[in-house]
Design a protein around this ligand. Structure first.
Ligand SMILES: C=C(O[C@@H]1C=C(C(=O)O)C=C[C@H]1O)C(=O)O
Length: 289
C-alpha cells in the first residue's frame, strides 16, 4: 500500500515536492506515495490522527512517537519573508514597547510553529503574555479584532506586496516584523518551520525502506533546488508576485537542508516552548534511520 503523504499547499515547499510533481520521477514515485496538499496545521492533524503516514508538519506538532526523516526541512537562515507579525499602533521608539502594548494576537489558523514562536517571542523575549485568537489569514479582518496579526505562507507573501495599501487602513503605519529574523537575533540559530515526519509503523505496510524514503525525499529536494527556474515559471501565474520575488524566496529566504544547526534550533524551540507551557516537552529528537 503506498504511503499516504500530507504536504503543504504553499509556495515554500515546492522544491521539496519537485520529483512528485514532475516526470519522469513522478510516475515512479506514485507507486509508493500518494500525495495530497493542505495547510501545515492540517498536515499535522492528519499525521497525528493516522489519516496520513508521512507529513510535512510544523515542528510544533512533533511528538515522541513520530520519526523525523533526516535530510529536508523548511527553514530560514535570516529573513524568511513569509512569517509576519503585524502590530497596530506601534510605539515608534522601541520594538519592546510596541510588543508590550499588544493585548491580543490574531494568529493564522494554518500555523502551528509560528504560533508557538509568537508565544516565545512575547513571553520569553519580551516578558508579556497577550491573549490569542485563531483567525483565517486576512490582515485587515485580523487587525479589526486584535492588536497584532500573525500571517504565514502565501498570504504573508501577498500581504507584504500590499504593504502600502494595508498600512493606509490605519492611523499610523503598522510595525512589520519578520519572525525568522527576530529568532535569529535572539538565539543565533536558524528558524525552522517544518520537517518530514513519519509514523514509523507505516513503513512495513508500504514496503518502502527507511533508506529508500530518505533517498526519495532528498533526491526530490535536490531535483527541486536544481530546477528553481522551472518552479518560478510554474508559480508566477499562480501567485500575484513577481518572478524575481519568487526566485529570491525559493533560493535565499527558505533553507531546505536539515543541518546540525537546524536540529539545534528545533531542540531549543521545543525546550523554550515547554518551559513556558506552550507545548508538551519533546525529550530528544527521534531521527529515522
Ligand atoms: C516558511 C513558512 O513556514 C511555514 C510555517 C509553518 C507554521 O507556522 O506552522 C509550517 C510550515 C511552513 O510552511 C511559511 O509558510 O511562511
Amino acid at each position: 500500500m503506498p504511503l499516504r503523504v500530507s504536504a503543504i499547499a504553499f509556495l515554500n515547499p515546492a522544491p521539496l515536492l519537485y520529483s512528485f510533481e514532475h516526470e519522469p520521477a513522478a510516475t515512479q514515485l506514485r507507486k509508493n506515495y500518494t500525495v495530497h496538499y493542505t495547510s501545515p496545521a492540517q498536515c499535522a492533524h492528519e499525521l497525528l490522527t493516522d489519516e496520513a503516514d508521512l507529513g510535512l508538519i510544523p515542528i510544533a506538532a512533533l511528538t515522541p512517537e513520530l520519526a523525523i526523516v533526516p535530510g529536508c526541512t523548511i527553514a530560514s537562515q535570516h529573513e524568511v519573508r513569509s512569517i509576519l507579525l503585524l502590530v497596530k499602533n506601534p510605539d515608534r521608539l522601541a520594538l519592546h514597547g510596541a510588543l508590550q502594548s499588544v493585548i491580543t494576537v490574531a494568529a493564522d489558523a494554518a500555523s502551528r510553529s509560528s504560533q508557538t514562536y509568537t508565544h516565545i517571542l512575547f513571553e520569553r523575549f519580551h516578558n508579556t503574555r497577550p491573549g490569542y485568537v485563531e483567525h483565517p489569514a486576512d490582515p485587515l479582518a485580523m487587525l479589526a479584532v486584535a492588536d497584532a496579526a500573525l500571517l504565514i505562507g502565501d498570504p504573508a507573501l501577498l500581504a507584504r506586496e500590499h504593504r502600502t495599501r494595508i498600512d493606509a487602513a490605519f492611523d499610523e503605519p503598522l510595525l512589520w516584523l519578520d519572525l525568522a529574523t527576530l529568532w535569529r537575533e535572539h538565539t543565533g540559530l536558524p528558524w525552522v518551520a517544518a520537517v518530514w515526519a513519519l509514523r514509523p509503523e507505516a513503513l512495513e505496510r508500504s514496503g518502502v525502506s527507511a533508506q529508500q524514503l530518505i533517498a526519495d525525499l532528498t533526491a526530490s529536494r535536490d531535483n527541486g533546488t536544481a530546477h528553481v527556474e522551472d518552479l518560478v515559471r510554474e508559480w508566477t501565474p499562480r501567485l500575484p508576485l513577481s518572478s524575481e520575488t519568487i526566485h529570491t524566496y525559493l533560493t535565499r529566504n527558505i533553507h531546505y537542508t536539515l543541518d546540525p544547526n537546524c536540529l539545534k534550533a528545533i531542540e531549543l524551540f521545543r525546550r523554550l516552548a515547554a518551559e513556558i507551557g506552550a507545548l508538551p516537552p519533546l525529550p530528544g529528537l527521534n531521527l529515522l534511520g
